[in-house]
Write a protein that binds this ligand. Structure first.
Ligand SMILES: [Zn+2]
Length: 272
């Protein structure tokens, strides 16, 4: 069962059939993901030879958790569907002057994608085209049929969409990062980017420059889980700052989500 596709959707590019293990509905499971490995692998992709001296350092923030049972198995359609409903993930294009917070790519790790009638099935990842926002079916990508490189490469593919790249789908492009499917045995050979693609990436407004002049990109991983975080059984006499912070992380996105759900479906569509 080889293929994992990254189908492309107009503003949003879906990855059809890509992978993940079952960390899905438990916060504990999320801890098993090795984000250092994932980040290092993606760094390798965006610093390959075709970047010359303009390599991009991909920087992962500490993972957050979003308790949202409805989104653990994410339904998407040509307009984004629930992908668009995820907090802060509307898919809007950003001006170069946008804040660093807005430029941060939210990486949602869900269990799987639910396809509606008429849409591409077997999707492993979704990413806006030219705007920040990625979701991957982590349970599938870490599960049977794929290896350790599949998840990070699937994420790199979707980030490629965020940076403005469409698919290259001819047989000759099978080793390109933007080929729309992933093989069961995924290797770094499958992550090539052409000079032309690198030129496109370097015009992305999502790129930032640090004090030393180096290009970087910020990614915020967010686990989508079904189970609420259980509060400590006995009330702490003095709330710790860290606890307050966690609660904000869990509650604020859901409030945002409720607001979004009342809105009419937006304009995005799938691309070829
Ligand atoms: Zn794709």
């Amino acid at each position: 069962m080889p293929t994992a596709l990254l189908p492309r959707i107009r503003r949003f590019a879906a990855a059809a059939s890509l992978v993940c293990a079952t960390f899905a509905s438990s916060v504990a499971g999320a801890a098993t993901l090795d984000f250092d490995f994932i980040e290092d692998t993606i760094d390798t992709v965006f610093s390959q030879a075709s970047f010359g001296t303009s390599t991009i350092d991909v920087r992962f923030n500490t993972a957050q958790t979003l308790v949202a049972p409805d989104f653990v198995n994410l339904t998407y359609d040509a307009y984004g569907g629930e992908f668009r409903d995820l907090p802060g993930n509307s898919g809007g294009r950003l001006p170069a002057t946008a804040s660093a917070a807005l430029k941060t790519i939210k990486l949602y790790l869900v269990d799987s994608f639910v396809t509606v009638s008429g849409e591409l099935s077997n999707v492993l990842g979704l990413g806006w085209l030219g705007a920040p926002g990625v979701a991957v079916a982590a349970d599938r990508l870490l599960g049977a049929g794929y290896n350790a490189l599949t998840l990070p490469i699937a994420i790199a593919h979707e980030i490629g969409h965020n940076l403005g790249l469409g698919h290259l789908a001819t047989t000759a492009d099978a080793n390109n990062l933007m080929y729309p499917t992933l093989p069961s045995v995924t290797t770094m050979a499958r992550t090539a980017l052409t000079l032309s693609q690198v030129q496109t990436i370097l015009t992305s407004t999502l790129l930032q420059t640090d004090a030393s002049g180096s290009l970087f990109l910020t990614v915020q991983p967010i686990y989508v889980t079904a189970a609420a975080v259980v509060p400590p059984p006995t009330p702490a006499p003095v709330p710790l700052p860290a606890t307050g912070l966690l609660m904000i992380v869990a509650i604020a996105p859901i409030a945002a989500l409720r607001r979004r759900r009342r809105r009419a479906t937006g304009p995005a569509r799938c691309a070829a």
